[in-house]
Design a protein around this ligand. Structure first.
Ligand code: SF4
Length: 140
């Protein structure tokens, strides 16, 4: 952090440790099976996660007891990346998956007016945080 601040350096930091990423990063890009599922500034991604894959590990991390992100836990194993699922690659592990998720790959969509926070999920309506699917809990 000192080097970054004093020398105005930019780092590309890759990790599975969410707490370290939050500590050292200004912006975060979340990937699943080689696809970007969410990106944004640290505050948006950690406090207002929009994609189910981002929400699951944030909800379960032990160092985050004060934040009330209650989402289904991440279950199952990642599919074979050589033969990923059709449509949304996360659909085989997603509690919100619908038929469209099997057919159509979701595109990264701006979640705010500045387009600084983006997520790739059919069930998130940009800006509202509500799910399109009836009977499915809002994602945010
Ligand atoms: S597009 Fe569908 S399967 Fe993919 S994360 Fe969103 S709800 Fe889940």
């Amino acid at each position: 952090m000192d080097l970054k601040n004093n020398l105005e350096l930019t780092y590309l930091f890759i990790s599975h440790d969410l707490s370290v990423v939050q500590c050292v990063s200004d912006h975060v890009l979340v990937m699943y099976l080689g696809k970007v599922v969410e990106l944004g500034c640290v505050d948006d991604v950690y406090h207002r996660p929009r994609h189910p894959y981002t929400q699951a590990p944030l909800a379960s991390r032990p160092s985050n007891p004060d934040e009330k992100i209650e989402r289904p836990p991440l279950v199952g194993d990642p599919p074979n990346p050589i033969n990923p699922p059709s449509g949304c690659r996360f659909r085989t592990r997603c509690a919100y998956s619908e038929s469209v998720c099997e057919r159509v790959e979701p595109l990264l969509t701006a979640q705010d007016t500045t387009a600084s926070h983006c997520a790739a999920c059919h069930m998130v309506i940009p800006g509202s945080g509500h799910s399109r699917a009836a009977g499915v809990r809002p994602l945010v």
